[in-house]
Design a protein around this ligand. Structure first.
Ligand code: SAH
Ligand code: TYD
Ligand code: ZN
Length: 405
């Protein structure tokens, strides 16, 4: 039996993706050291409905000096976080001498705008390489895992925070009870905790099963987030759906009674109830849809290989580790993966060992088909790669189902 990491209730396993590697552990060719694998499966807590992984990967294996994900690789995301920073500067951070803490600041994609305005801030991120990039942009960063002790230290050194913000990070943290105890110590009485992560509602609706991997420990809903906040004397006061990364929700949490609850919260809770999002049957049906995608994708790629077509992939995303390993996509079906991240280039994808090459390799010799692993950046990438399409190239997508465009 697996215990819910939030409430201690029983977690019922619902979808099994089998043996998976660390999603961001791109391997050096000819590395003979043993690769780490774990069993990726997701379940729902019978009592608080929190969707979570059945097995935890130790955090130091995922987030360290060489963590290769750089948030600023996407123009759309740079814009998104610049607007986010401006929004905070005009609202919660417009009083005298405000202070904002970001959990998982990565390469400074959001805080650079805050730093440029001379506003007091602190990023916290355990991945030293990306933190160093942020420092180069004038961002204050503490290389550490944010948890209760870190929060208490920050409060003692800098005083209370008006805003604690996190994007695509809170879902990475199994020990959220520690985070909430830390927030209680760090936040101003009237402060807010704002975080945005992939939304289970979108994942189920689009069958975007590749949002499930080692780093994404939780798949949130308004219902599960509200229950979690309430356990710690906080309340979910606002929700906002975001189009980024295939569909996310931005949750605003405040001390209970300190702020009115926006009508958007009840509206999303009602929608979730109507869709049965917290129910096992919904995730079981999702699992069936995922299995169909595997069948269809393997059939398509095998047929293209039989026809002698060249197929490459685009975007060495962490998400694609789940797709590639679950579907068994190796270099026999996918020639290489094109990716702009220098730290990933020249390496092999985790588990499936497909070579990662720079975008020049894609541009120099266009393949017949490109499997869009970075489907969440489809608009940006398809616009950038118009010549591929014009030359007769075709994109293969597997979300919400397998199709060629
Ligand atoms: N906010 C960025 C980065 C997301 S990647 C964006 O939205 O693009 C997740 C980041 O969380 C990584 O940089 C990782 O190092 C960091 N992280 C993981 N666990 C953390 C923790 N306990 N405290 C702070 N950062 C953490
Ligand atoms: P992303 O989907 O943002 O996240 P995750 O790794 O968490 O699944 O990753 C996008 C990857 O795609 C990243 O390695 C950079 C790469 N990429 C390109 O190669 N070209 C592009 O134009 C964009 C937007 C991303
Ligand atoms: Zn629970």
């Amino acid at each position: 039996m697996t215990e819910c990491q939030i409430c201690g209730g029983q977690v019922t396993e619902l979808v099994d993706f089998g043996r998976q590697p660390l999603s961001d552990a791109f391997r050096v060719p000819n590395d003979s050291s043993e690769e780490f694998f774990f069993r990726l499966a997701v379940g729902l807590c019978d009592s608080c409905t929190m969707a979570q992984l059945m097995e935890q990967v130790p955090r130091e294996k995922m987030f360290h000096e060489d963590y290769p994900y750089h948030s600023s690789g996407s123009t759309v995301m740079r814009k998104h976080f610049e607007l986010t920073a401006r929004h905070f500067l005009e609202t919660e951070l417009s009083g005298p001498d405000p202070f904002v803490v970001e959990i998982g600041c990565n390469d400074g994609i959001m805080l650079r705008t805050v730093a440029a305005q001379g506003v007091r801030h602190l990023g916290v991120d355990p991945s030293g390489g990306v933190a160093e990039v942020a420092r180069g942009l004038g961002v204050q960063v503490r290389t550490a895992f944010f948890e209760e002790t870190t929060a208490r230290e920050i409060a003692a050194e800098h005083g209370p925070a008006d805003v604690v913000y996190a994007a695509n990070t809170i879902c990475h943290i199994p020990y959220l009870n520690s985070i909430f105890r830390g927030l209680d110590a760090l936040l101003q009485p009237s402060g807010v905790f704002v975080f945005e992560d992939p939304y289970l509602g979108d994942i189920v609706e689009r069958t975007s099963f590749d949002q499930i991997y080692d780093e994404h420990f939780y798949l949130f809903t308004a219902r599960s987030v509200r229950a979690m906040a309430r356990r710690h004397g906080f309340e979910l006061v606002d929700v906002e759906r975001l189009p980024v990364h295939g569909g996310e929700v931005r949750y605003t949490v405040a001390r209970a009674g300190s702020r009115p609850v926006d009508a958007a919260v009840e509206a999303l809770l009602a929608e979730e109830a109507a869709r049965g999002l917290g129910e096992p049957a919904t995730l079981r049906a999702f699992g069936d849809a995922v299995a169909r995608i595997r069948t269809d994708l393997v059939a398509l790629l095998s047929e293209l290989r039989a026809q002698g077509k060249r197929v490459v992939a685009y975007g060495a995303t962490a998400k694609s580790a789940t797709v590639a390993n679950y579907c068994g996509l190796g270099p026999d079906l996918v020639e290489f993966v094109s990716d702009t991240t220098p730290a990933k280039q020249g390496r092999l994808t985790p588990g499936t060992h497909i070579p990662v090459r720079p975008p020049e390799a894609f541009a120099e010799d266009h393949p017949d088909h490109a499997l869009l692993f970075a489907w969440n950046h489809a608009e940006e990438i398809m616009a950038k790669e118009r010549t591929f399409r014009d030359a007769g190239g075709r994109w293969i997508l597997y979300v919400p189902d397998v199709h060629v465009v």
